[in-house]
Design a protein around this ligand. Structure first.
Ligand code: ITT
Length: 207
């Protein structure tokens, strides 16, 4: 039987990027957003690893398949690490991407250029229904822009300026983003661990 990984995320931007990054993994990738009746996982941990592990564990046990979770966010130095794990709901519980980044620009209005450093972080967990799991972290350094630019990507990409490319993350192509992003970096590390993990869990799918 072909093995399968369920993406434990409902964020369309993440799903798009993960599917592109995993297309040559040799493993079928489906999203929990396409599985009827899969639970909504409450993200109540205050660390990336805590939330990532919770999402991956709950989706693996609900579906019976290996689940890959991505907990990620924007860590801004001048805001003592905010919005961090609360990035998705910085401007309120059902905030849009635009509301979130406009709030960030407002909070950062008086912060001088040299103090606008930030990074995207991502912690991924691959959880097998047997209880075994692995994790990997990735980050991507940048600077918070003064105004939004670009329409690619999602989330805070329009206000995340990448000095090495001299453009905002929303101004680069999906392939360029995947090559340098926190998500791409985390997945590169996870991929190195994948063959051993698949071997260890072989024959234990769908308990
Ligand atoms: P799931 O929990 O279903 O995966 P979510 O959007 O709630 O979806 P997170 O709790 O991990 O996921 O929050 C991640 C937020 O961080 C996301 O909504 C964006 O605001 C921001 N973010 C993460 N990765 C990003 C990226 O590549 N570009 C821009 N913003 C990003």
């Amino acid at each position: 039987m072909k093995r399968q990984i369920v993406l434990a995320t409902r964020n369309r931007g993440k799903i798009r990027e993960l599917q592109a990054l995993m297309k040559d993994f040799g493993i079928e990738v489906v999203s929990v957003a396409d599985i009827k009746g899969a639970p909504e996982v409450e993200e109540d941990a205050d660390t990336f690893i805590g939330n990532s592990l919770k999402k991956a564990r709950e989706i693996a046990s609900a579906t019976g398949f290996m689940a890959l979770a991505d907990d990620s966010g924007l860590v801004v130095d001048a805001l003592d690490g905010a919005p961090g794990v609360y990035s998705a709901r910085y401007a309120g519980d059902n905030a849009t991407d635009e509301e979130n980044y406009l709030k960030l620009l407002e909070e950062m209005r008086d912060i001088p250029d040299e103090k606008r450093t930030a990074r995207f972080k991502c912690v991924m967990v691959l959880f097998h229904p047997s209880g075994q799991w692995i994790s990997a972290e990735g980050s991507c350094e940048g600077v918070i822009a003064r105004e939004p630019a670009g329409s690619e990507g999602f989330g805070y990409d329009p206000v995340f300026f990448v000095p090495e490319l001299n453009r905002c993350m929303a101004q680069i192509s999906p392939d360029e983003k995947n090559a340098i992003s926190h998500r791409g970096n985390a997945l590169k590390k996870l991929r190195e661990m994948l063959p051993e993990f698949l071997e260890k869990t072989r024959g234990k799918d769908n308990p």
